[in-house]
Design a protein around this ligand. Structure first.
Ligand SMILES: CC(C)(COP(=O)(O)OP(=O)(O)OC[C@H]1O[C@@H](n2cnc3c(N)ncnc32)[C@H](O)[C@@H]1OP(=O)(O)O)[C@@H](O)C(=O)NCCC(=O)NCCS
Length: 342
């Protein structure tokens, strides 16, 4: 990019920007190892992505748009730190999302600042002055990002569920109780790519999440279209993410009322990542949240016996969803503070 150097040098340390199309698996593995070390250092039980999963994420994101870059800080061959940046293209085109880490033994020597500046210069050069980032509570990241000019926006609870350690009867009971209340609804299960005849319904169900608490009132909500659903499906397939979705339909009117989505990363299929759960406003108050999620767990436990845990992120203000998750047996693994600069 004109005016922004692809490489920055500070003593023996070099920062290079790598285009995701040129990222090799060895470098992605080294980034994954650094991310894992950083997480273990904190002693929190939160999942981190493997090298192959990162490589595919940087190349495809969640809608086929590659990340704007992966910046690596190295001393010779040794990886000291990295940062990745995603620039949304379907909405929030003034924004950038930054994430990264510095090796535990190399912190507080200026590497994080240098990486952050490389990314923000690159973002500013294309008019992206709002930069979002965040860190786990209790990590060095919250203090460092504050020093780097970021302010806290919102806190998320990261909950995990021990799938093998939770009795299936628990989900069955919750399912039965909720089904008795939601007798006017039926459930439909979908795996993988959305069939053509369901795309418009899935658009409406993705959109239904937009009245969940927004971390930044200044940000545009995600704008869903048929094209975006297709792009999401393609990106998830390219990333080897198998998408399991349970949808609820109102029997009498045929209207779609809600859905819940879980992705299993086939590079590491022991953990499932809970994505959206939403119930369309007009259909709230019928226990559909519990019904959908209990059914998903009953299904997944049979279908994917290797799945040992699921992980779900929710705003700490989303009391309804947190209460549903607790009923299902999740426990708090960590809290994440989202932050913004600009
Ligand atoms: C966030 C992180 C990348 C910072 O890396 P770093 O190389 O230690 O950062 P720097 O040495 O450049 O420090 C940047 C500023 O933050 C300050 N800082 C660093 N760690 C800090 C801490 N734990 N508490 C308070 N301030 C801190 C530094 O003093 C420096 O301020 P200054 O330049 O005004 O003196 C590193 O702590 C990390 O990897 N954390 C875990 C992953 C994470 O939370 N990532 C979130 C960012 S995407």
């Amino acid at each position: 990019m004109e005016g922004v150097p692809a490489s920055v040098c500070n003593g023996p340390m070099h920062i290079d920007r790598i285009d995701p199309a040129d990222l090799d698996l060895d470098t992605a593995d080294a980034i994954a190892a650094l991310g894992l070390e950083s997480q273990r250092h904190l002693g929190l039980d939160v999942t981190t992505l493997s090298g192959p999963a990162r490589l595919k994420l940087y190349q495809h994101s969640s809608d086929g748009t590659p990340f704007a870059g992966v910046w690596v800080a190295r001393d010779g061959e040794k990886l000291l730190g990295y940062a990745s940046a995603h620039f949304p293209t379907r909405d929030n085109t003034d924004s950038a999302h930054l994430s990264g880490a510095v090796a535990v033994g190399e912190r507080r020597t200026g590497i994080g600042r240098a990486l952050c500046e490389s990314v923000t210069e690159h973002a500013a050069a294309v008019g992206r002055h709002k930069v979002y980032s965040g860190a786990l509570e209790g990590s060095d990241g919250v203090g460092a990002l504050s020093r780097l000019g970021f302010r806290p926006l919102h806190t998320y609870a990261i909950n995990s569920l021990d799938v093998h350690g939770t009795s299936r009867d628990r989900w069955q009971r919750l399912y039965d109780d909720a089904a008795a209340v939601a007798e006017g609804y039926e459930l439909v299960r979908l795996v993988g790519r959305t069939p053509d005849e369901r795309v418009a319904d899935v658009v409406a169900l993705f959109d239904a999440i937009n009245d969940a608490p927004q971390p930044d009132p200044d940000a545009e909500p995600d704008r869903w279209t048929a094209d975006r659903v297709r792009a999401y499906d393609e990106a998830m397939a390219a990333r080897r993410q198998t998408v399991y979705r349970v949808m609820a339909r109102h029997r009498e009117s045929g209207a779609w009322a809600g859905h819940t989505v879980l992705c299993i990363d086939e590079f590491d299929p022991v953990v499932g990542h809970q994505e959206d759960t939403s119930v369309v406003r007009a259909h709230r108050g019928h226990r559909l949240g519990v019904l959908l999620k209990a059914d998903l767990l009953r299904w997944i436990a049979d279908e994917r016996p290797e799945l040992a845990a699921t992980e779900t992120w929710n705003s700490v203000e989303n009391h309804h969803m947190l209460a549903v998750n607790e009923l299902l047996g999740t426990t708090l693994a960590a809290r994440y503070v989202s932050m913004r600069r600009g």
